[in-house]
Design a protein around this ligand. Structure first.
Ligand code: ZN
Ligand code: ZN
Ligand code: FE
Length: 746
C-alpha cells in the first residue's frame, strides 16, 4: 500500500538525506525506486526504506537488484508509468480520516484553510471513494474539475511539503465547496452552509450530509423526538443508529470506552465501534432500543468534524437511505430520495465515485469483531494462503460483498447489503465494475453460493454463460470457515463451528448450526444442531414466536408459556405444524429466535438477527449454568436442544426471569460447542457465522476451548456474517483451481 499515502515524498526525503540520485515512480505493481551514489549510502537507503515509509503505507515485499549507474546527480519524483493493457495490482488506499496536522490547520483562524471542509494532505483524505482508475493520480479522481491555485500547486510540487503530491489537495480558493439546500433551493454556501446545518441539527432538524462514501442523516442524538422522527421518516423502527461524537471526551458520559475501543475510535479508518452504553445516559432511548451496546465513532471527514464542533457534540449519523436501499451517493439521489426524510441537505461539488457505507466493528474483551467492512478498510487486500488464477467471488444474498482476486491478493468489496432490493442489485454491478477498474484482473472463473435463488448466484450463472468460463459452487458454511482460515493465512484442517441464520447445505436442506471438518479443499459435516421447523417459511423468520411454538411442540411441551401470543395465531401455527410439512433448518440463529420469543422479547422484529441481539443484551452478566443438553450419536451427531427447551418452559412456569434464562441459554450453546469440538479429531477450531457477532458467545466459547487446549481462530479482518462469505469463496476457489483438486462445474 504505497500509493496515495505520501510514500514518494518520504522516499524523496530519505534519498535526499543521503545525497543520492535517481527517482521514485508509482507503477501498476506498486512503486519503483532507482538510487545511485556511494555504495554505503545506497545500502543505508535500502536498510532504512521500511522505517522511513509513512504510517499509512504497508510494504509486503521489497525486491532489490543492482543496475548500471546512470550518473543522475539528483533524486526526482517522476510521473506515474502508464502501462497499457496491464492493469494494476498496486493497492489504492482506503479513505483516511483527517490527520492531527490538518485538524490543527482547520481550527487555526490564521491558516488559509481555516474551517475549510475539504482539507487533506498525503497522510489523510479521501482515496478509494474518489478514485476512478489506477495508478492513483489526481487526473484519475473526481478532483479533476478543480484546477489547483498557485498556492496549492506549490505545495503539491514541493517535495519537502506535507502536501507534496497529495492528489486531492485543495483550498477555499480552488477546491470544492459546501451548499445547504432546502426544498431544492440553495439557502447558504461555503462556511455559512456548514454553520446553518449545525444550527439546524441543534434545533432538532434532520440534516442529510454528504459524507465520505455517501450521504448520512444527522440529528441531535440527545433529542428524543428528533430521533423518533428520523425513525418514522426513514421507516426504520428498531435497527440501532450510530452516534458520532465531537471527541473522545464527549463519549465518556454515554459509553464505556476501554483501551481497545479507544484505539479503534482514533484509527484512521474511523469505524463505528460497538461498545457498552452507560444507562441512563444523555442519549435518546430511540438510538438503540432494546440493546446494551451503542455504536459510536469520531468524524471521518473534515466536514463532519466541523458539524460536530459547531453543532451538538453527539449526533446520530446514519446511512442516508430509506429502509434497506443503498446509501445515496450523488447530489441528485440525495435531493430526490432523501427529500421525504431530511429537512435540509448539506452537499458539495466533489463527486463520490464509489459508494461506501461506514464500517462497523464490535469490541470484545480481547479483540474487535468486524461487523460491516466498508469505508476505511476497503480496498485493502488480503493475501490468500494459496494463490490461484484471477477470479471473482460474488458472495451471498444478505450483507453481500464481492471479492476479486489477482496474484493471490483478494480485494473484498465494500458492504453492498441485502440484494433483495432492486437498487442493491444495481449497486452490486457498480461494485464489480469499480473493482475491475482498480484491480484490473480478468477473472477466469467465478465462485458463488450453492443457493440457486440468491441474486448473486443468478448473476454468476449468467456471467459463466456469457463468458463461457467455469463457475465453482461453494457451500455456504464451508465458505464461512474458509473466510476465517484465509484471513489467518491458514490451509490446515480445522473443526469449523459455523453458526448463522440459514444457508443451503450439500444435501439440499437448510443448514446453520454446523460442525464441519474443513480445510480450503473440502468440508465434511460431522454434526449439527437439531433442525427446527419454520412454520410459514419466511414468516417464521419475521415472527420468532412461530419458531418458538415449533420448538415447544417438538419438545413435547404445551404452548402455554407463549401466553403473550394471541391464541388464535398459536392454534393456526400448531395446525400448520401437524398437517403440513414445514421447512426445517438447523440454523443456530433460529434457536436464538425461538428462545428470545419464549422469553417474551423481540415480539416484533424489523432487522436481521434482532432477536439474537436482544437476547444477548438482556442476558444476566456472570457465569450461568447450562441447560440440559443431549448429543445424539450417529453417523453424524445431532445436538439436541429439546431438553433445554423443556427446561426453559419449566423454569418460566416457576417464574424464573428472562435475564437468567437468556444467560443459561448462552451457556448451553457454549457447552454444545465444547462437546462438539471434543468429538472431532482437530486441535484447531474456527468460530464463524453471524452468531459469532455475539460477544458473550464468542468470548465464552473461546475461553472454554482454550482451557481445553484448542487453538481458536476467530474473525479479525472480515465479518463472521455473510459479509465475509465472498472471501471464503475466493479462498476455496483459488485453492481448488491452483491444486486442481476438483474440476469446476460446466
Ligand atoms: Zn492531513
Ligand atoms: Zn488552492
Ligand atoms: Fe451465513
Amino acid at each position: 500500500m504505497v500509493q496515495g499515502v505520501g510514500f514518494r515524498p518520504a522516499m524523496y526525503r530519505l534519498a535526499d538525506s543521503f545525497g543520492l540520485g535517481g527517482f521514485v515512480r508509482n507503477d501498476r505493481e506498486g512503486v519503483w525506486i532507482e538510487v545511485e551514489g556511494r555504495a554505503t549510502d545506497v545500502d543505508r537507503f535500502v536498510a532504512q526504506l521500511s522505517s522511513a515509509a509513512p504510517d499509512a503505507s504497508r510494504i509486503d515485499t521489497v525486491e532489490t537488484a543492482t543496475i548500471a549507474a546512470r550518473g543522475e546527480p539528483k533524486f526526482r519524483i517522476v510521473e506515474s508509468a502508464a502501462v497499457d493493457g496491464e492493469r494494476a495490482a498496486a493497492g489504492i488506499p482506503a479513505d483516511l480520516a483527517p490527520c492531527a496536522d490538518c485538524l490543527r490547520e482547520l481550527e487555526d483562524p490564521a491558516n488559509r484553510r481555516y474551517r475549510y471542509p475539504f482539507i487533506n494532505c498525503t497522510a489523510c483524505g479521501p482515496r478509494f471513494t474518489i478514485v476512478r482508475d489506477v495508478p492513483y493520480d489526481r487526473a484519475k479522481t473526481t478532483m479533476t474539475p478543480f484546477e489547483m491555485c498557485d498556492a496549492c500547486r506549490r505545495e503539491y510540487e514541493e517535495p519537502a511539503d506535507r502536501r507534496f503530491h497529495a492528489e486531492p489537495n485543495a483550498c477555499p480558493a480552488c477546491g470544492p465547496h459546501a451548499q445547504l439546500v432546502s426544498a431544492s433551493r440553495v439557502i447558504a454556501r461555503r462556511e455559512e452552509a456548514v454553520a446553518l446545518a449545525a444550527r439546524a441539527i441543534r434545533d432538532g432538524a434532520i440534516v442529510a450530509v454528504k459524507g465520505a462514501g455517501g450521504f448520512v442523516l444527522a440529528v441531535d442524538a440527545t433529542n428524543e423526538s428528533a430521533v423518533v422522527r428520523l425513525r418514522e421518516r426513514k421507516r426504520r423502527p428498531h435497527k440501532p443508529f450510530a452516534v458520532m461524537a465531537r471527541s473522545l471526551v464527549a463519549l465518556d458520559d454515554v459509553a464505556v470506552i476501554d483501551d481497545l475501543a479507544r484505539t479503534l475510535l482514533v484509527d484512521r479508518a474511523r469505524p463505528i465501534v460497538l461498545v457498552p452504553a452507560r444507562r441512563p445516559c444523555a442519549l435518546a432511548l430511540a438510538v438503540a432500543p432494546g440493546l446494551g451496546d451503542v455504536g459510536v465513532y469520531l468524524p471521518p471527514t473534515p466536514l463532519q468534524h466541523l458539524l460536530l464542533t459547531a453543532g451538538p457534540p453527539l449526533q446520530v449519523m446514519t446511512s442516508g437511505n430509506l429502509a434497506e436501499e443503498p446509501i445515496a451517493r450523488t447530489n441528485g439521489e440525495a435531493l430526490d430520495k432523501l427529500a421525504s426524510v431530511a429537512d435540509v441537505v448539506l452537499l458539495h461539488d466533489r463527486e463520490i465515485h464509489a459508494r461506501s457505507d461506514d464500517s462497523v466493528v464490535r469490541v470484545t474483551s480481547r479483540r474487535a469483531i468486524p461487523m460491516r467492512r466498508a469505508r476505511g478498510f476497503v480496498p485493502e487486500a488480503i493475501r490468500l494462503p494459496v494463490a490461484g488464477p484471477p477470479l471473482l467471488a460474488v458472495g451471498g444474498h444478505e450483507r453481500n460483498t464481492v471479492c476479486l482476486v489477482r496474484d493471490g491478493q483478494a480485494v473484498l468489496s465494500q458492504h453492498v447489503g441485502d440484494l433483495d432490493h432492486i437498487d442493491s442489485e444495481r449497486f452490486f454491478s457498480e461494485v464489480i465494475d469499480h473493482l475491475h477498474e482498480l484491480v484490473g484482473a480478468q477473472p477466469v472463473a467465478v465462485a458463488h453460493d450453492l443457493h440457486p435463488d440468491y441474486r448473486s448466484t443468478r448473476w454468476a450463472l449468467r456471467w459463466a454463460q456469457n463468458t463461457k468460463l467455469p463457475r465453482l459452487e461453494i457451500q455456504h458454511h464451508h465458505a464461512h470457515v474458509a473466510a476465517c482460515l484465509a484471513e489467518h493465512g491458514r490451509t490446515d484442517r480445522v473443526a469449523g463451528i459455523a453458526f448463522d441464520g440459514t444457508g443451503l447445505g450439500d444435501d439440499g436442506s437448510l443448514w446453520g448450526g454446523e460442525i464441519l471438518a474443513a480445510d480450503l479443499g473440502s468440508a465434511r459435516r460431522l454434526g449439527h444442531l437439531r433442525a427446527l421447523a419454520l412454520p410459514g417459511g419466511e414468516a417464521a423468520i419475521r415472527e420468532p414466536w412461530r419458531v418458538a411454538a415449533a420448538a415447544l411442540l417438538d419438545a413435547g411441551e404445551s404452548l402455554d408459556v407463549l401466553s403473550w401470543v394471541p391464541s388464535r395465531e398459536l392454534s393456526r401455527v400448531s395446525a400448520l405444524l401437524s398437517t403440513d410439512l414445514p421447512v426445517r433448518a438447523t440454523g443456530a440463529g433460529r434457536w436464538f429466535d425461538a428462545v428470545a420469543a419464549l422469553l417474551g422479547i423481540a415480539a416484533e422484529i424489523s432487522y436481521d438477527a434482532q432477536a439474537a441481539a436482544q437476547l444477548e443484551a438482556i442476558a444476566a452478566p456472570g457465569d450461568a449454568e447450562p441447560l440440559e443438553l443431549r448429543i445424539a450419536a450417529g453417523e453424524m451427531f445431532e445436538i439436541d436442544l429439546r431438553p433445554a427447551i423443556r427446561e426453559i418452559a419449566h423454569e418460566l412456569r416457576r417464574g424464573t426471569t428472562a435475564p437468567v434464562l437468556a444467560a443459561r441459554f448462552h451457556a448451553t450453546l457454549v457447552l454444545a460447542i465444547r462437546e462438539s469440538c471434543h468429538r472431532t479429531r482437530e486441535r484447531t477450531v474456527v468460530l464463524t457465522g453471524g452468531c459469532f457477532q455475539n460477544r458473550r458467545l464468542v468470548e465464552d466459547a473461546t475461553r472454554v476451548l482454550e482451557t481445553d487446549g484448542f487453538e481458536v481462530l476467530t474473525h479479525e479482518r472480515v465479518p463472521p456474517n455473510d459479509g465475509g462469505l465472498a472471501l471464503g469463496q475466493a479462498a476455496i476457489a483459488s485453492f481448488q483451481l491452483a491444486t486442481r483438486r476438483t474440476t469446476a462445474c460446466a
